[in-house]
Design a binder for this molecule. Structure first.
Ligand code: SF4
Length: 348
């Protein structure tokens, strides 16, 4: 375990602390943990219990995260750690995110991997970057930060990119560190619902902090893509698609929006997978708000993962699952449409 950052003692007598890493802003009494159950207060010192407790190490195509407009065809080392600040009933990685609640001893027996070992693996496998994913990376921010700083010290990993796949519930204080230290190159934020009651019921969090994060990441000029998992009966109405699309379009029509197909998981096993017709409707509604890059993931709907030039509709990136074929060309570091020469909002 490691002492946490972004906390303060709020009562010198009782040693109660406030954690400022995520938007729960937990006030934690002595000898108790926060909502994520992986940060504990011992005598007024807050500790991260998941520092180095790596799980699910794999090398993935960047498209799997999904990032479609950030260095297409890159290979990224991916991992998570146990625990999460949400408790989503539909979690795809509940074995990891909810493992502390299901098996409280889990962390005690799990080996601690020092940051240098992740850096060594990244260099050994010659990846293009590291993706902090599977569970919410905010709650292992200290570990991710140490890995990123060590990567930057090492000539062989200095130029790697670092990506968070996040629920967007990180605090403004955490994002400030990310910006000041230039830690992250891209963030994918899961905007799960556009209704606060739904957020609270299914995730345990609130809507506004996620919307605030999206606005802050956009203002900080960090590459961002948004994903919305469409769950039958929960967030599959035209009103939901419209509100999400309007919110994103008001920031920029070039932010990629991924609608993803739900499959029965964890505590939502009685629901059916999302009908294709619903996902196609979601895409049509998002495009009616002027969004230029709307994708459908987790299906085999033809052309739903392709990128077309917004100016001339030329097919600039073809994707089929995780096979990617790039048709744009690069000039002065910018992706360009080969047909009309339009500059494309794709980081190359
Ligand atoms: S990371 Fe979030 S959930 Fe965990 S203790 Fe801190 S404020 Fe609470």
């Amino acid at each position: 375990m490691k002492e946490a950052i972004l906390y303060e003692v709020i009562d010198d007598n009782t040693k109660e602390v406030e954690c400022k890493l995520c938007s729960h802003y937990c006030k934690i009494k002595n000898n108790y943990g926060g909502i994520c159950r992986v940060r504990f207060n011992h005598n007024g010192v807050l500790y991260s219990y998941t520092y180095g407790k790596v799980d699910g190490v794999a090398i993935d195509p960047i498209e799997k995260k999904p990032f479609y407009h950030f260095k297409p065809k890159s290979r990224v080392l991916s991992f998570g750690t146990p625990g999460c600040n949400f408790k989503c009933a539909n979690c795809q990685n509940s074995y990891l995110s909810q493992s502390i609640k299901l098996k409280p001893d889990h962390l005690l027996v799990q080996e601690t991997i020092p940051p240098e070992e992740i850096v060594r693996l990244a260099e050994k496998y010659d990846v293009d970057g590291i993706s902090y994913t599977y569970s919410e990376p905010t709650i292992f921010f200290e570990y991710a930060r140490d890995i990123i700083l060590k990567c930057k010290e090492n000539p062989g990993t200095r130029n790697l990119v670092h990506l968070f796949v996040s629920n967007g519930y990180f605090s403004k204080e955490m994002l400030q560190i990310v910006v000041e230290e230039q830690l992250l190159d891209a963030i994918n934020i899961d905007l799960k619902f556009i209704d606060d009651q739904k957020y609270l019921k299914i995730t345990g969090g609130h809507l506004k902090p996620v919307l605030d994060s999206i606005e802050r990441v956009f203002s900080a000029n960090i590459h961002m893509e948004i994903i919305n998992l469409v769950i039958p009966g929960e967030n599959d109405t035209d009103e939901s698609f419209s509100k999400i699309s309007e919110f994103i379009a008001n920031l920029s029509k070039d932010i990629p929006l991924h609608f993803s197909r739900f499959y029965p998981q964890y505590k939502m096993t009685t629901k059916t997978p999302t009908p294709y017709s619903t996902l196609i409707r979601a895409k049509e509604i998002a495009e009616s708000y002027g969004l230029n890059f709307v994708y459908i993931g987790n299906t085999d709907i033809p052309n739903a993962e392709n990128t077309y030039c917004p100016n001339c509709k030329f097919l600039v990136v073809e994707r089929e699952r995780y096979l990617t074929n790039v048709n744009y060309f690069v000039e002065n570091g910018k992706a360009k449409c080969p047909k009309c020469l339009e500059t494309l909002p794709i980081v190359v």
